[in-house]
Design a protein around this ligand. Structure first.
Ligand SMILES: Nc1nc2c(c(=O)[nH]1)N[C@H]1C(S)=C(S)[C@@H](COP(=O)(O)OP(=O)(O)OC[C@H]3O[C@@H](n4cnc5c(=O)[nH]c(N)nc54)[C@H](O)[C@@H]3O)O[C@H]1N2
Ligand SMILES: Nc1nc2c(c(=O)[nH]1)N[C@H]1C(S)=C(S)[C@@H](COP(=O)(O)OP(=O)(O)OC[C@H]3O[C@@H](n4cnc5c(=O)[nH]c(N)nc54)[C@H](O)[C@@H]3O)O[C@H]1N2
Ligand SMILES: [Mo]
Length: 776
């Protein structure tokens, strides 16, 4: 392993070199380049990398380094079939790294687990569907089945899937979104009446200031860097709040800019960079509002006009007085202590905010994966509302989504608490009584399986075991099921915790050509800007390069399960799959905004679903936007936890490296953070390393503090000195997931608190051997 400070700008040649290295290493160079050129182009496929939108400009490279990795990873020629499983028992596979498991290639044959031999074995599709039907039909209650969705599923697949589960009779839809932007959906819905962002791509070209909270776009949304880069170049202020110094937020060389590439130039991205404590953003925003309010009072005292947009506040909002009274009553000491920022820093952020006419605020996991995430998001919204920034051109709120269709899956009905309007439409169109009882989210589904109540677990994509908290408990939860089913492209750790009966069903990915009876099919996805567009696979099934084997499309697999379980009720499932226009015609009848979808997706760039808040149409009970008042959290680290150990207690965040896509590990480097060849690392402030009497490069064990009967510990993480606030530390997801307690989830969002885990750290007995092997 090597630690090298990364002194270059992010992006640039590094990104292109890395992209081409990834391409050249692969056996399928020509095919991959052809694929990349079709990414996010009309008639191409939607990049499976992230949910950032397209600006409609025909740039030369319509993909990014990490999109390239995602495409390349899917495009491998290696195959995992029954012959592979015959060689490797599950107990052996469990000892391999996450990298190894997915590297084995694309799944291309349905297999069933045999607990006698500990091997997966071939099964026919018909037998697999019959087995699922038998288990589902045997349940005492449909609520004993869990239907998990990961956000790569298309609108068509997700819509059929929710229809299937609801026709079976349950709303149990644990969903990757529960671990991701749930706090956004909950918080925004209460504040502005819709759980989605209000900005469109063109707003970024007009904003005077862009405030980025808890997000690392150079790694996770690289196409957003192009947008930020252009904004920065035309003089917009870019302000980052990030617990770590992230290189990509400081300087960025745009691979799309030929001059910068040639001159090795780069553009500063964030004019201002603030490093709040983990979970300190609510206090930081409260501080900004307090500074602005004090400024405002002073302006008024001097006979000048108020800086707040009182016309907007009066016409569109409720709650300003209570909120400002709370702000005035929040002591500066509390704000500074909790945010970890200085008064000067907060004043400077407030001044930049005030001087901008049009402000966009964006956020991602650094905001949503805390106990008080809903409150933090509402605090950000409050600031925006005081200045009339929601509905204004070039302004608004922009939660940046993760998975490429996580927003769309929610739109088309993957929701454990469906609205009355949705239920009504479903009943009208499909003529059966849909379940009304709220279903399980991720955390509830794990608890229910652990308690022996839920017995069937079906996953449409994803890697449930590695993505969820308390890895070991989640493994037990799945293993106690009567049946687990994974619809997947690649082998992962979830498949290695089979239920008593278990199936892996291989599916086509975004890049594969999907041929059905009526010819090649496209699917649709929705990006972070509520744009719905079509995605066409580009890679044909040819035995030599892309042997699809027995892979089926996700809609075909869902229809097969549904037909076997329910017969042709409430729809002729198999007919729908012949031509996905038929599925979209059903979506159109149930989901608002989809009228004419089959025509509209023929337009280049797709169509806009609309956003009521952007129109200043507030779909809240009061008919106005709510300025909601909360107390700051009492302590970021509850006294109860601090009292659990006499050693130094740290707050740990779990985050993504540059070489991963969630639980998919492409490699062992994290280039912009200067870490090479290893993932079991712990980022810590040099002062803290000294304080605990250790040195950078030594290995530590990390134990989490949570007041219940379980021990949670991971072993052998290498210390890396890093620019991070004292008391805060960081490690990678999913290696650190065994530390996240299942019961420690966000208020109202139920999202696992994976950005603020109280832990202690001690010197490890582990050595450098087996560093790539995960210890669970
Ligand atoms: N290449 C690649 N792209 C991806 C993904 C991937 O794994 N790889 N994942 C996709 C998915 S599903 C998602 S949700 C997104 C995730 O995108 P991000 O949200 O950018 O992902 P994380 O790595 O979790 O990064 C969190 C960032 O927030 C900072 N942070 C953590 N806690 C705090 C805090 O309390 N306050 C502040 N201000 N900052 C904090 C961290 O230092 C880090 O920079 O990316 C999507 N795109
Ligand atoms: N500690 C910690 N935990 C976290 C997070 C964190 O920041 N910290 N982040 C959370 C977030 S934001 C998210 S979104 C979740 C992600 O949770 P998931 O969405 O469950 O996980 P992924 O790693 O994206 O899933 C990868 C698997 O998806 C399958 N796959 C890939 N493409 C396709 C496809 O086209 N179709 C199908 N059917 N399968 C496919 C492959 O088999 C691959 O192994 O993790 C969450 N967990
Ligand atoms: Mo996510």
């Amino acid at each position: 392993m090597a630690i090298k400070k990364y002194t270059h700008a992010a992006g640039g040649w590094g990104a292109l070199i890395s992209t081409s290295k990834h391409l050249l290493k692969s056996e399928n160079v020509a095919k991959n380049i052809r694929n990349l050129l079709r990414t996010n182009q009309d008639k191409g496929f939607d990049c499976p990398g992230c949910a950032w939108g397209e600006d409609g400009e025909k740039g030369f490279f319509h993909f990014c380094e990490n999109g390239a990795k995602a495409v390349n990873w899917e495009g491998t020629r290696r195959r995992v079939n029954a012959a592979f499983f015959a060689q490797h028992p599950v107990s052996w596979l469990r000892k391999q790294s996450d990298y190894f498991l997915e590297y084995q290639g694309r799944l291309n044959q349905p297999v069933r687990y045999n607990s006698q031999t500990d091997h997966y074995e071939a099964i026919s599709w018909d037998d697999a569907f019959a087995l699922i039907a038998k288990h589902l039909n045997q349940l005492e209650s449909p609520n004993q089945a869990e239907f998990y969705t990961s956000g790569r599923a298309s609108n068509e697949a997700a819509f059929l899937y929710q229809l299937f589960a609801r026709a079976v009779g349950t709303n149990n839809f644990p969903d990757c979104s529960n671990m991701c932007h749930e706090a956004t959906s909950v918080g925004l819905a209460q504040s502005i009446g819709i759980g989605k962002g209000t900005t469109r791509m063109e707003d970024f070209a007009k904003a005077d200031a862009i405030f980025l909270f808890g997000q690392n776009p150079a790694t996770n949304h690289p196409r957003m860097m192009d947008t930020l880069y252009k904004a920065s170049r035309r003089g917009a202020s870019i302000v980052s709040f990030n617990n770590l110094k992230e290189r990509g937020l400081e300087r960025f060389t745009n691979p799309q800019n030929k001059i910068e590439m040639i001159t090795n130039g780069s553009t500063p991205i964030s004019g201002h960079y603030f490093k709040p404590k983990l979970g300190g953003d609510m206090a930081a925003v409260r501080g900004m509002v307090k500074a602005l309010y004090e400024f405002d009072q002073n302006e008024i005292a001097q006979g000048r006009p108020s800086i707040f947009d009182h016309e907007y506040i009066a016409a569109h909002t409720n709650g300003m007085e209570d909120y400002l009274a709370k702000v005035a009553a929040t002591p500066w000491d509390d704000i500074l202590e909790q945010s970890g920022l200085t008064r000067e820093e907060i004043d400077s952020a407030a001044t930049t905010y005030r001087q901008a006419k049009r402000v966009i605020t964006t956020w991602a996991m650094g905001i949503t994966q805390h106990k008080h995430s809903v409150n933090t998001i509402q605090e950000i919204v409050n600031l925006q509302l005081l200045f009339g920034q929601i509905g204004r051109e070039g302004a608004g709120v922009c939660p940046v989504r993760g998975h490429s269709n996580v927003q769309g899956d929610r739109t088309v009905g993957i929701n454990e608490k469906p609205s009355a309007a949705f239920n009504h439409k479903m009943e009208q169109v499909f003529n059966f009584t849909v379940p009304k009882q709220p279903g399980h989210n991720v955390v509830e589904s794990i608890k229910s399986m652990l308690a022996g109540e839920s017995k069937v677990f079906i996953a449409l994509g994803g890697n449930f075991v590695s993505a969820t908290p308390d890895t070991r408990l989640t493994q037990q939860a799945l293993e106690s099921c009567h049946l687990t089913v994974s619809i997947a492209t690649k082998l992962n750790r979830t498949h290695l915790s089979p239920g008593k009966d278990s199936l892996i069903l291989p599916c086509l990915g975004r890049t594969d050509i999907d041929l059905q009876k009526q010819g090649q099919q496209c699917v649709t996805v929705e990006d972070s800007f509520s744009m719905v567009h079509a995605s066409y696979g580009a890679v044909a099934n040819d035995k030599e390069h892309n042997d699809q084997g027995e892979m089926r499309s996700e809609p075909a697999i869902i229809a097969g399960m549904a037909q076997a379980t329910l017969g042709s009720h409430p729809v002729a499932w198999l007919d729908l799959v012949d031509d996905y226009d038929r599925i979209r015609s059903l979506i159109e009848q149930v989901i608002p905004g989809f009228a004419g979808v089959n025509e509209k997706i023929k337009q280049p760039g797709g169509f806009y679903l609309g956003n009521s808040a952007r129109e200043n149409n507030w779909q809240t009970p009061s008919g106005k936007a709510e300025i909601i008042t909360h107390d700051l959290p009492e302590h970021l680290l509850p006294a109860k936890l601090r009292a659990m150990s006499d050693q130094a207690v740290f707050v740990l965040q779990t985050m993504r490296s540059h070489d991963q896509y969630n639980t998919t590990i492409y490699g062992f480097d994290d280039r912009y953070r200067g870490v090479f060849g290893e993932r079991k690392v712990l980022f810590m402030n040099a002062q803290d390393i000294e304080k605990i009497g250790l040195k950078a490069g030594e290995r530590v064990d990390i134990r989490s503090l949570y007041a219940d009967q379980y021990e949670r510990e991971v072993f052998g993480f290498k210390l890396v000195a890093y620019d991070i606030p004292v008391g805060n530390i960081a490690a990678y997801f999913p290696e650190a997931n065994p530390l996240v307690a299942l019961h420690d989830s966000g208020d109202l969002s139920h999202t696992p608190v994976s950005k603020a885990i109280a832990v202690t750290v001690k010197k490890s007995a582990e050595t450098d051997e087996n560093i790539h092997v995960v210890s669970y």
